[in-house]
Design a protein around this ligand. Structure first.
Ligand code: SF4
Ligand code: SF4
Length: 440
């Protein structure tokens, strides 16, 4: 058999097993009792991307003459991509099977997100990845920086130099230079007869508005989850945001508006997802990305409820709005660029005290009982910050459980035992507090 035939066979095998894992995860999500039908849209997006491997109706078929731009991390301004007439596709991956294949080019001790992204990009055949005419990778952490070099063997890669000290004047200058360079490249992008469009103030205003609408709906979803008796499970909400990666912003926003309306109706009818006294959990640390939802799933299977997370592929993805609503393109560029740098609390930045402040605010706003700190093996930057977060939470008397894992399902039972013990401890803490309150 020729080498190319062997590679094709391996790709087909890999994509089949990715499809199987994704289908199993979706089956579990769909079988949660009381799932509102408005969640189907998001599950369908993920199914189209990973199971059916058909360019999702949301992205449009390749023949529709659109440009697709793959992005990694949450610091690449999607407004700029939309304003240049292209569609961003977030490619940070959560597939166990491709993380194994990714080890051909990423060290074994590298983080599974990067291994998985590498593994999927090395294959021909997963359309959501193949669609992209170019991929943009920021130099956020070491893993992403080196991913860019490796990926360039398979795709055109544009690296974006991301400053690590946010509030230095030189960082702001470098970032703005990067943004203008990106704008020029997007405008000049050509593929299969499609051309990037000139970014002007009108197109930019429309793109800013579309993203702002998505963020407004995202905040409505968060408000639902902040209530005492949420109408949606944390793992369902994670899937909703994960679907954003493979969906046009307008379609996703419309679907989330429908879901939010439904959740409001469920609130009015007093139909929460649970009636018991579940500890409210905040997941901090490395992102959970479909189909690897094992951490939020275990928390909820073991008697907790995930009310919020700080994941860059979850609640933090669409949290910070663009400050500027200016009509002038330069001011819009400044507003958009700032939105992706100044409030971002990825652990790749230093100093990163804002992150602790954000977590403490979320703990209060979401009445959190405990924090599960998720470290993806090899993600040094998140692991570095765990003790700082733990110390800050001690002042708030909020317990923290650090769990280190990767995409391999083999450690599920071991994690289950630790997470169950953590939830039981939170339950006892709650009932002691209740007793103390009732005793005066
Ligand atoms: S947390 Fe890490 S993976 Fe996520 S956006 Fe930030 S740098 Fe990228
Ligand atoms: S921040 Fe962590 S999870 Fe994200 S790419 Fe870097 S090492 Fe991986």
């Amino acid at each position: 058999m020729k080498l190319s035939d062997m590679a094709d066979k391996r790709s087909r095998r890999l994509l089949k097993s990715v499809a199987r894992s994704a289908a199993t995860e979706l089956e579990q999500l769909r079988s949660i009792p009381g799932t509102p039908k408005e969640l189907d849209f998001f599950y369908d997006v993920l199914e189209a991307a990973f199971v059916r491997n058909a360019p999702t109706p949301m992205l449009g078929a390749r023949s529709e003459k659109k440009l697709f731009v793959g992005v990694y991390c949450m610091v690449i301004p999607e407004e700029l991509i939309y304003a240049a007439g292209a569609i961003p596709v977030r490619l940070c991956a959560g597939c166990f099977e491709s993380s194994q294949i990714g080890e051909d080019r990423v060290p074994r001790d590298g983080c599974p997100l990067v291994k998985s992204s590498m593994g999927l990009s090395m294959q021909k055949g997963l359309k959501a990845f193949d669609l992209c005419d170019v991929v943009i990778i920021p130099t956020t952490c070491d893993a992403k920086r080196k991913l860019g070099e490796e990926l360039s063997a398979f795709k055109e890669v544009w690296m974006i130099e991301t400053p690590h000290i946010k509030d230095a004047d030189s960082s702001r200058r470098i970032w703005m230079e990067q943004m203008y360079a990106l704008k020029a490249k997007l405008e000049a992008l050509k593929h299969n007869g499609n051309h990037g469009k000139r970014v002007n103030a009108r197109r930019m205003a429309a793109a800013i508005q579309s993203t702002a609408r998505a963020q407004a709906e995202m905040r409505r979803l968060l408000a639902h989850r902040a209530t005492q008796t949420p109408m949606v499970w944390g793992r369902q909400a994670t899937a909703v945001v994960n679907a954003y990666a493979f969906c046009h912003v307008t379609r996703w926003t419309e679907a989330l508006a429908r879901l939010n309306d439904r959740l409001t109706a469920m609130t009015d009818d007093d139909q929460p997802v649970h009636h018991d006294d579940r500890p409210r959990i905040y997941i901090a640390g490395s992102p959970s990305i479909f189909p690897n939802l094992k951490i939020p799933t275990l928390v909820e299977e073991m008697g907790g409820i995930v009310v919020a997370d700080e994941s860059c592929a979850g609640d933090r993805y669409l949290y910070d709005p663009v400050g500027s609503t200016e009509k002038n393109l330069n001011d819009q560029m400044l507003g958009v660029a700032s939105r992706y740098l100044a409030p971002c609390v990825c652990p790749s930045f230093t100093p990163n005290d804002d992150r602790v402040t954000l977590i403490q605010r979320m703990i209060t706003d979401f009445a959190v009982d405990g924090v599960l700190y998720h470290v993806l093996k090899g993600c040094v930057v998140y692991d570095f910050e765990v003790s700082r977060v733990e110390n800050a939470l001690r002042d708030n008397q909020i317990p923290l459980l650090r769990v280190e894992t990767d995409y391999n399902p083999e450690d599920v039972e071991q994690l289950r035992t630790r997470i169950e013990a953590f939830i039981e401890m939170l339950k006892s803490k709650r009932s002691r507090a209740k007793k103390a309150a009732s005793n005066g």
